[in-house]
Design a protein around this ligand. Structure first.
Ligand code: ATP
Ligand code: MG
Length: 575
């Protein structure tokens, strides 16, 4: 645990006095900020779009800026209302209504956002699929959610499981040509223009399902359809303000934000729109210069990124970074995995902003732990619980542990964005809760004497080393210190009755050659710098580590490969 303490840089943060606000916090105070608090008419799209589109000044604000291949498309709040109403009218025309499920399987494009928002407007449950998902993964999701419609693009059709799509009555293509594979195919482009720019909004309740997102945690059984509801907006609004520090004139870029990932839905779309600010989406594949240029060109003021992206920028060198102007940047935050002290100090020195690590998961629906802009940062820590969240580290019996003991991170149910269930799976939903009513995250943490939490890996990744549990993260940290290692990831491997072991995957730096000798040297390096007892079975050299387009490392792909089970179409991850 690193003892450094970095004082806050931001003196006008939305959340000023964490301790006081945490103590006196009440979710009903946040609810007062919504129009439904007075009217009783609830729908997230009304709060995120229509409310602003009906305001003279705010209607002209840019809601979405989408860039791909050098082409920029921009949409104001008023345009977003018109387009999403047209989409909603189109869906209504084809008989879609409250409670139906629609899958959105598209490459990165503005239509992803239009269609998700149109569904929400009508009380239809949308499910955005990662554009890189494979045939089998889509099939299992279709079987579970039984969508009546899919919104897709002709380029994606090869991965649609044709034989398993009997519930799908209509396939909407954002562009032609028709595929002539399904009884009802609609090219949206043409029909959309004829649709009226106003449509009725379906009023719902806070517990009406809004979207479904699949997670594969736990590794046994089919993927779990996490259900999120319209009432999540209360959590989106609060964390957009307190954690991401959104202000009236903010321009936010959530760059790990493909909507197949919950971060793209919540912080690439809902939280910015609920704050009436501009959200930028960069649809191009990663390159350091594209990323820096995006920050500069779009005058990004809030950047919500990932530690892996920072690693990739580190690799591109400081010389590149200094050529760009980041003077508009006011707040930098990360999510997805531990932000290492190395990544932290690099960003702080090179980008001139300390990254604020945040923690949450698909199931929590909103950021739950964070380094707040007005709070000192302890590098390596994921911060403290968001006001309204009660957190604890629990032992195996479900009892809270004292400071500095590693336990499972647990949250007390009752925050507004917590998943409302698993689609068609009440049994597995119950497994998330301890007998004494804690939501169990599956992540291991320790807490220091000041209440800061430190992520220690996932509980199914830990291996006992003598008296203490060791996680892959610690192995990765040591690996990354070796001079030949550019990137490293470790997984824990359990086969039959044998003791669990770590297996490491390493991408080596340019100038080094993969050889048996280097392999042995790296293994010995880990033993020498960690402990000779470390159960490291193997170091595997890979040219590329499997990642999503936004740079999130797919540990699960490595685990699946190791077990010899299908891991999806990760070959297209960088496309
Ligand atoms: P799946 O559930 O499908 O296996 P996943 O758990 O990676 O995938 P997400 O819900 O997107 O899917 O990720 C949540 C997980 O990401 C957390 O449980 C945690 O393990 C990890 N995580 C998120 N933020 C952080 C962070 N700041 N530090 C460390 N780990 C983090
Ligand atoms: Mg998970």
């Amino acid at each position: 645990m690193i003892k450094a303490r970095i004082p806050p840089e931001n003196s006008d943060a939305n959340l000023q006095s964490y301790a006081e606000v945490y103590k006196n916090f009440s979710w009903s105070d946040v609810e007062k900020k919504f129009t439904w608090y007075e009217t009783g008419n609830i729908n997230i799209v009304h709060e995120a779009i229509d409310r602003w589109a009906g305001d003279e000044e705010k209607s002209k604000r840019k809601a979405l800026i989408f860039e791909k291949g050098g082409k920029i498309r921009e949409f104001t709040y008023s345009e977003l209302r018109d387009i999403t109403c047209q989409w909603a009218n189109l869906l209504t025309e084809y008989g879609f209504a409250f409670g139906d499920r629609i899958f959105v399987f598209l490459p990165s494009c503005p239509e992803v956002y239009f269609s998700m928002l149109a569904c929400a407007r009508l009380g239809i449950i949308f499910c955005a699929l990662f554009p890189t998902l494979g045939y089998d993964e889509i099939e299992s999701r279709i079987q579970n959610a039984k969508p009546r419609g899919i919104i897709t693009h002709p380029d994606m059709f090869e991965r649609l499981p044709l034989h398993a799509m009997s519930t799908v009555e209509h396939v909407f293509l954002t562009e032609g040509p028709l595929l002539n594979l399904f009884p009802s195919e609609i090219v949206v482009q043409k029909t959309l223009q004829e649709m009226p720019k106003r449509s009725a909004t379906r009023w719902v309740s806070k517990s009406t399902p809004l979207y479904l997102l699949y997670t594969t945690s736990g590794s046994t059984g089919p993927p779990k359809g996490v259900v999120h509801c319209h009432g999540d907006m209360v959590g989106h609004l609060l964390t957009g303000s307190y954690v991401l520090d959104l202000k009236d004139d903010s321009i936010i870029w959530t760059d790990g934000g493909d909507p197949g990932w919950v971060t793209g839905i919540v912080y690439g779309m809902f939280a910015p729109f609920l704050h009436c600010v501009t959200s930028v989406v960069q649809g191009d594949r990663f390159s350091a210069s594209t990323w820096y240029r995006t920050l500069e060109r779009h005058r990004i003021s809030v950047w919500y990124t990932t530690p892996r992206t920072i690693t990739r920028l580190i690799e591109a060198g400081e010389d590149l970074a200094v050529r760009y102007d980041f003077s508009h940047l006011k707040h930098l935050a990360t999510v997805g995995e531990t932000l290492s002290p190395e990544q932290f100090y690099w960003a702080k020195d090179t980008l001139k902003h300390a990254p604020h690590d945040t923690w949450w998961m698909t199931e929590t629906g909103m950021i739950c732990m964070a380094n707040f802009p007005s709070m000192s940062i302890r590098p390596g820590s994921m911060g403290k619980p968001v006001p309204g969240i009660e957190a604890s580290a629990l032992d195996e019996q479900g009892e809270p542990l004292p400071e500095f003991s590693m336990g499972e991170l647990a949250l007390r149910p009752g925050w507004p964005a917590m998943m409302s269930g698993l689609w068609q799976d009440a049994v597995r939903y119950q497994e998330y809760f301890s007998p004494n009513n804690w939501f169990l995250t599956g992540d291991m943490v320790t807490k220091d004497e000041h209440g800061y939490y430190y992520h220690q890996g996932r509980n199914d990744d830990l291996i006992k080393l003598g008296q203490r549990d060791t996680g892959p993260y610690e192995v990765e940290q040591v690996l990354s210190l070796h001079q030949a290692v550019a990137e490293a990831v470790a997984i824990s491997v359990r086969s039959g009755t044998e003791n669990p072991m770590f297996k490491a995957f390493v991408r080596i730096k340019k100038g080094f050659t993969a050889s048996k000798r280097l392999n042995l040297e790296i293994k010995n390096f880990v033993k020498a710098n960690f402990t000779p007892e470390i159960p490291l079975s193997e170091v595997v050299f890979l040219d590329e580590l499997p990642k999503t387009r936004s740079g999130i490392l797919l540990r699960r792909v490595l685990e699946a490969r190791d077990l010899g089970v299908p891991s999806g179409d990760h070959t297209k991850l960088e496309e």
